[in-house]
Design a protein around this ligand. Sequence first.
Ligand code: ADP
Ligand code: ZN
Length: 435
Amino acid sequence: MEIKYRNKEIETMSREELAKVQLAGLKETVKYALRTPFYKERLRNVGIESPEDLKTLADIKKIPFTTKNDLRDGFPEGFLAVPKSEVVRLHASSGTTGIPTVIYHNQHDIDRWTELVARAVSLIGATNEDILQNMMTYGLFTGGLALHYGGERLGMMVVPTSSGNTRRQFSFLRDFKATVVHATPSYMLHMYSKIEEEGFKLSDFHIKKVIAGAEPYSADIAKKIENLYGVDVYNNYGLSEMNGPGVAIECVYKNGMHVSEDAFYLEIIDPETDQEVEDGVPGEVVLSILCRQATPLLRYRTHDLSRVIPGQCECGRTFRRLERIKGRTDDMLIINGVNVFPSQIEEILMRMPEVGTNYLIVVDKNGALDQVTVKTEINSEVFSDDARDLNALKARIRDRMKATIFISPNVELHQSNSLPVAEGKAKRVIDNRKI
Ligand code: ADP
Ligand code: ZN
């Protein structure tokens, strides 16, 4: 297979060369980190007063991990390393009722990110001859804008349909002949089930490649999408703390996601002992960003579970490959690509005076899409009320969740003391989806 590199020198450099690039990037990141209120203190506590205090890459281990809670504590400007006037964009975590996490970018950061995404798209073998229909949400969520700019940088025509409106997606696919689609795997499956219903045929479309990510999915699901549409599916991994898409993507060999190691320092750790594990051993992905000035982040705990696939990829690239994400170490749920913590659902429920104390969140697959059912107990006075009032309460709960955490659950109201009570730790979530 002929491999078209975007930048062969970088993509195929030796691990020794890469280590030099990474050390320089790490020093640069530490330089900016020392300008933030958060890291100034953190780094000084471990004796890092200047970038020169990092002599080798191994010195990164002196730096404590950074967590999502740190980001929340630092909200809104604790991690900002450049003057506000220099910032050109921010992205904030998808839907939080309380404190969101925010990542600021200056023009340098956007340029580096855009180039990373252009390179990511070229890894799947796409070129400026391709047309990209970008079905990921444009906005605070990173997926839409990242592929938009990255696709343009590669010279593709980008069709910015954003997410939803399946019928319009179909007509745009037919009329503008997208050859590459960026979507969540669940949306790809959902779309398939609607083709006929919406009056289209598979032969109306010209899709060859699908960039699928933002949520965990199995190899079987990837195969299923490939077989249904007759396309190749490429797994794409990113998180807003590390810009978003552009962190890791599969190449044409579809055997693990090459991490952009010139821009991210990857560690896999044992989440119990916090010690780094060898390549091949599963653990939690920890990432440091080496290409961003406005919001430096060092040793960020992603909570994502994976492992490095040992050995060299046939494509010739030297960047290591991450295996498909196997799950998470925390309780974050990903509902049709949107991140939701059970605590956010709880917070909404508990702010409603009608709601009792016990609740249960059930997640199922409804066709290809994820469906959340929130079962909640309500106070006995309310329960005896008119059915119309109960329906109005259900609608209010659903609307509030839709507005603040972007999910539309089925809501079931239950009498006090009717939902199961656990003997030990409360079990609040039943996730019936299988990865
Ligand atoms: P994104 O815009 O990539 O969804 P978020 O910050 O909203 O960024 O969510 C990031 C999380 O989404 C990751 O930590 C991971 O749990 C999940 N995720 C993103 N891409 C993938 C993927 N390809 N496979 C599995 N999980 C993914
Ligand atoms: Zn490869």
